[in-house]
Design a protein around this ligand. Structure first.
Ligand SMILES: Nc1ncnc2c1ncn2[C@@H]1O[C@H](COP(=O)(O)OP(=O)(O)OP(=O)(O)O)[C@@H](O)[C@H]1O
Length: 258
């Protein structure tokens, strides 16, 4: 069971007159095995939604359910296994003095999981890296290879849900499509559920089935990627995002990565 339900999620930082309401009654559902995008301008609250689901913030209001189970303030071990996050900047999420092997072994050790070498070789293979990469440090990897290691680290506990925060935006354009294709094939193979933040409609069109558009902490529209690409957006802000994405492509289609 790996569906996500977000119901009337609100969150503020600070108190009194200085309080900054970052999320305002955000609601959407992601079905098990679905890939769902969250798009919108910088500062609209997309990453904050992921951080609430990942258990990094506890002072939210509303209801969050994963696989039908309510999330409470405290992080439990099982939820850590089920829900993993991949960040924008793989350099920041990998320790500079840890080899790939150590980075991948750490979650296994924390969760008391055996057959470490076999599992590490298998996960490297799954993300398209051979076993020679085991003893490299992050600075000895390209951006795309680092993001593959970050994805391997997220997958090594065999989660059902990946929370993806701009997983390709720190990469060269030439590598972006490679990583998106990898994410797509991993989802198809293992039936994973994705919730992905992006400011790039093309990336969402490439990887997602449906999306929600956020503006100033609120969801202005939920729609299918099909509707997005075929003039089905109704909200003026969504239409503006589509128009600006189209203005970057010669044929006027929503820009997809090469
Ligand atoms: N820990 C925090 N303390 C105070 N304010 C915060 C904190 N984290 C986020 N914010 C504020 O919450 C708002 C939403 O931030 P968030 O990172 O969720 O936006 P975003 O839509 O993901 O933006 P971007 O696309 O630039 O990453 C911003 O105004 C940000 O300054």
């Amino acid at each position: 069971m790996s569906h996500i339900e977000v119901n009337s999620l609100s969150l503020s930082f600070g108190h009194g007159p200085a309080a900054n309401q970052v999320l305002d009654r955000v609601s959407f559902d992601v079905a098990a095995g679905e890939s769902f995008g969250l798009v919108g301008e910088s500062g609209s609250g997309k990453t904050t939604v992921l951080r609430c689901l990942a258990g990094q913030y506890h002072h939210w209001r509303g209801q969050l359910h994963i696989g039908g189970k309510p999330l409470t303030g405290k992080l439990d071990r099982e939820r850590c296994r089920q829900v993993q996050m991949v960040f924008q900047d793989p350099y920041g999420s990998l320790h500079p003095r840890q080899t790939v092997y150590t980075a991948l072994a750490e979650p296994l050790r924390i969760h008391g999981i055996d057959h470490e070498p076999e599992r590490i070789d298998a996960i490297l293979d799954k993300v398209g890296l051979n076993t020679d990469f085991r003893f490299r440090y992050p600075h000895q990897l390209s951006g795309g290879q680092r993001q593959r290691v970050a994805i391997a680290r997220a997958l090594i506990l065999q989660p059902r849900i990946l929370l993806l925060d701009e997983p390709t935006s720190a990469l060269d354009v030439s590598v972006q499509a490679e990583i998106l294709n990898l994410l797509q094939s991993l989802r198809e193979r293992d039936g994973l559920t994705y919730l992905m933040v992006s400011h790039d409609l093309g990336v969402v069109a490439h990887l997602c089935d449906r999306l929600a558009v956020m503006q100033q902490g609120r969801i202005v529209e939920c729609l299918t990627v099909d509707a997005l690409c075929n003039d089905g957006a109704r909200d003026p802000y969504t239409r503006m995002l589509v128009a600006s994405s189209r203005s970057h492509t010669p044929d006027g289609a929503v820009a997809e990565p090469a």
